[in-house]
Ligand binder design. Structure first.
Ligand code: ADP
Length: 445
């Protein structure tokens, strides 16, 4: 969970800050207390020295010091008085660092383990006017007791701060994560208004854009798969029709039910249907290739006029057999394209011009430049396309007149191939038609 991570980060940072400041505070207070203790020790020493100078042993007998040890040492090192130990058992103190220092310089300090009290002690000593030495000392235990008391107070604060910082971290992290949790993925921008967080607006914008794109992509995928399904169903239907016809005629012949004179026409029918089947399969294969984005094709410089010329040549016999004239006009024009597909486009348009023409009709194919583009125009004097069908003729398997299409060997796929080819070439396509007068297909590359 994100908020847990944020919470832990905040908490850890505050704990680190806390630990560092504690170390600092402890260090500083250690120094402060040590200094304080030394100062105190010195004050006590001064007081004791004054007292002894004035009233001698009487002063020592009178005072009651619990925290401080007071020792009075003769100039030869003999201990005359000690408020915390028996003097007669004590050895000569002349060699004690602080005493030695005091005899030499008048004042001495030292800190060491005391053999007499078996504790670590801090000492301060001072030489009096009569040559004797007064020494005060304090146990480190006293110091540590002070630090311990201090530490207890700090520990209490510490526990309080740790819990407190945890609670604060929890709250802050929840507040940070809250607007993010509140994002409505179906309406990200709306939820942005709600939380009022400017910082996450760009994020929400991104989400919105991607969401829209996602919806669009999904729509497209769905549409494409629907079209594919429809196409598959249509394909199997279209393939079955000629196959049924073929097997029907063949069966009649095989069963011997056919009159001798009918056999040849039946065989002709079979041939016709087989031809239809071939065209259909060829068209389907071509369309499928285009559907897959013509991946195995490569664009190159092609002469549109030369392709139109080839197409007209190969369709000339068919056209003549139906008494239709084809006229080609225009000039050479180089475009970037896939030769095979461009050939298909021209072929299907001219082929349609022949198939749906009238008696003694004609077709005009022209290639010409226009506004920086190259235009291919195929117009015929044919039967034309009814207005309500014009939008549908590019659909797969759509035919205006079933019987006429069958008669001329149409599959309903020709214009789908043209349309797809145009899309691959970024070409624009338009149709003008008038029933009974003819149609004009214009493609602008
Ligand atoms: P087909 O293989 O049946 O010709 P197309 O996809 O090429 O299939 O054409 C679809 C339908 O559009 C045709 O069946 C026909 O009715 C109509 N059509 C196409 N071209 C022409 C044209 N030049 N003149 C009249 N009708 C046409």
């Amino acid at each position: 969970r994100m908020y847990k991570q944020i919470r832990n980060a905040i908490w850890i940072v505050s704990l680190i800050v806390l630990a560092l400041s504690l170390i600092l505070i402890f260090g500083m207070s250690y120094r402060y207390f040590t200094g304080l203790q030394e100062k105190q020790l010195r004050t006590e020493l001064e007081l004791a020295s004054k007292g002894i100078e004035i009233s001698g042993v009487d002063y020592l007998a009178d005072i009651a010091m619990d925290d401080y040890r007071l020792t009075w040492i003769e100039a030869d090192g003999t201990v005359i008085f000690d408020n915390m130990a028996e003097t007669q058992n004590m050895e000569n103190h002349l060699e004690r660092t602080e005493v030695k220092q005091a005899i030499e310089t008048g004042y001495g300090t030292s800190s060491r383990y005391s053999k007499t009290l078996s504790e670590k002690q801090l000492y301060a000593a001072k030489k009096l006017s009569d040559g004797t030495v007064v020494r005060t000392s304090v146990s480190y235990a006293t110091f540590w007791a002070l630090m311990f008391a201090f530490g207890q107070a700090i520990s209490a604060i510490l526990i309080f701060v740790i819990i407190g910082s945890y609670a604060v971290a929890l709250r802050i992290s929840k507040n940070i994560v809250k607007p993010i949790n509140n994002i409505d993925l179906d309406n990200p921008l709306g939820s942005g208004e709600m939380t009022g967080l400017e910082e996450i607006k760009p994020l929400l914008m991104r989400i919105e854009i991607q969401r829209n794109q996602h919806i669009r992509d999904n729509d497209e995928i769905e549409k494409a798969s629907r079209i594919r399904e429809e196409f598959t169903a249509n394909v199997s239907h279209e393939l079955k029709t000629p196959l049924h016809a073929i097997s029907g005629y063949a069966e009649l012949i095989v069963n011997g039910l056919t009159k001798e004179k009918d056999i040849v026409p039946f065989a002709g029918k079979i041939m016709e249907e087989a031809q239809r089947l071939t065209t259909l399969v060829e068209d389907i294969i071509e369309l499928t290739k285009l559907d897959n984005g013509a991946l195995d094709y490569c664009k190159e410089d092609v002469d549109l006029y030369r392709i139109a010329e080839n197409t007209v040549d190969s369709l000339l016999t068919t056209a003549e057999s139906r008494g239709i004239k084809i006229e080609l006009e225009g000039e050479h024009a180089i475009i970037s394209g896939i030769p095979k597909i461009i050939y298909s486009i021209v072929y299907n348009l001219v082929d349609n011009g022949i198939k749906y023409n009238q008696k003694n009709g004609s077709i005009k194919v022209s290639v010409f430049p226009s506004g920086g583009h190259t235009v291919l125009r195929v117009s015929d004097t044919g039967i034309g396309i009814p207005e309500d069908s014009i939008d549908r003729i590019f659909e797969r398997f759509y035919v205006v007149d079933k019987s006429r299409s069958k008669e001329v060997g149409g599959t309903g796929l020709g214009l789908s191939i043209v349309k797809h080819g145009c899309i691959i070439h970024d070409a624009e396509m338009s149709v003008k038609s008038e029933t009974g007068k003819g149609s004009t297909f214009t493609i602008t590359f």
